[in-house]
Ligand binder design. Structure first.
Ligand code: MF3
Ligand code: CO
Ligand code: CO
Length: 296
């Protein structure tokens, strides 16, 4: 991958409630101050905002074709989020210039939408976060564009499965480290690497709150899950080494060896006996199930 041209900054109408970091220098949110456990009002809001994030992601996936630019995906996500009365959380977060992350092929995460066109054989992660009613919903999917090689397909399929293995480990009373253990076990079984530099995170009134959710087994992730904790699981798996490098734009994370990587993400709430997936539509739909086959 090479960087393309980034279009000028999109605007958000004054009537839309913005997250606090958009008013702070450099979009820096500062240290996390919120609890990792949601009130019942916050949880209700997260169900609605999570459903919206799922809707926006599904709609964006429906626009993807061979030849579309990632900038056009950004414009669509921006306009759809704003039309629904939400703020596209990435826009201005720590200076991120766009409204969605689009990460192609060897880009691990945080790809900046630009003038590059998707081509047959590409894989692309679209990572949507929206903010409404004072809370964020964060979800992503990796799509296959046209005919992709068998290794890429296996990578995408097993990364999706790894996310759901992680979700299956969630339950009140279990340490956070069990999530990473489940994901790493699945990845190892399929000889896929697990990226360590980027992890799941608490999410709620803040985009990234105190809780850390590694996607590999880390005994330091000793926090015991409680009901109404809200966080993401977003494993990034690789065909080769999971080692990461950063482009000089300060955002685009790529694999050091240039091999491909895929990612899937949900926002979840921990319950007494499992996880509630917050980033599904009101009718239970999710891009992960709607876009299993190559598109375009
Ligand atoms: N949505 C990403 C995540 O899953 C974060 C993107 S931060 C941005 O945590 F600034 F790059 F948008
Ligand atoms: Co996230
Ligand atoms: Co995300």
């Amino acid at each position: 991958m090479r960087a393309g041209l980034v279009s000028s900054q999109r605007s958000v109408p004054a009537g839309i409630n913005r997250p606090p970091y958009t008013r702070l220098p450099g979009g820096e949110p500062g240290p996390s101050v919120s609890s990792v456990v949601r009130t019942s009002e916050e949880l209700a809001a997260m169900r609605r905002t999570g459903a919206l994030a799922a809707e926006v992601l599904i709609a964006a996936c429906g626009r993807v074709t061979e030849g579309i630019t990632t900038d056009a995906i950004d414009r669509f996500v921006h306009d759809t989020a704003v039309a629904a009365g939400s703020y596209p959380s990435p826009l201005g977060y720590r200076g991120f210039p766009k409204s969605v992350c689009t990460s192609v092929n060897e880009v691990i995460c945080h790809g900046i939408p630009d003038s590059r066109r998707l081509a047959a054989g590409d894989i692309v992660n679209i990572d949507v976060t929206v903010y409404r009613e004072g809370v964020h919903g964060d979800t992503s999917v990796t799509l296959m564009v046209g005919e992709v090689d068998d290794h890429s397909r296996r990578l995408v399929d097993e990364t999706r499965t790894a996310l759901y293995k992680g979700i299956s480990a969630v339950r009140a009373g279990v340490p956070v480290s069990e999530i990473g253990r489940a994901i790493e076990t699945h990845a190892s079984r399929h000889r896929l690497g697990v990226v360590r530099e980027f992890i799941g995170h608490g999410v709620g009134t803040e985009f990234h709150s105190g809780l850390q959710v590694p996607h590999y087994y880390d005994r330091r992730a000793a926090t015991v899950l409680e009901e109404a904790m809200t966080f993401t699981i977003e494993p990034m798996l690789t065909l080769g080494s999971p080692e990461a490098a950063m482009w000089d734009d300060g955002w685009t994370a790529v694999t050091l060896d240039g091999r491909r990587t895929a990612q899937f993400e949900h926002t979840l709430a921990c319950t007494a006996d499992g996880a509630e997936i917050l980033t599904r539509t009101a009718s239970g739909e999710c891009a992960h199930e709607l876009f299993i086959e190559p598109i375009g």
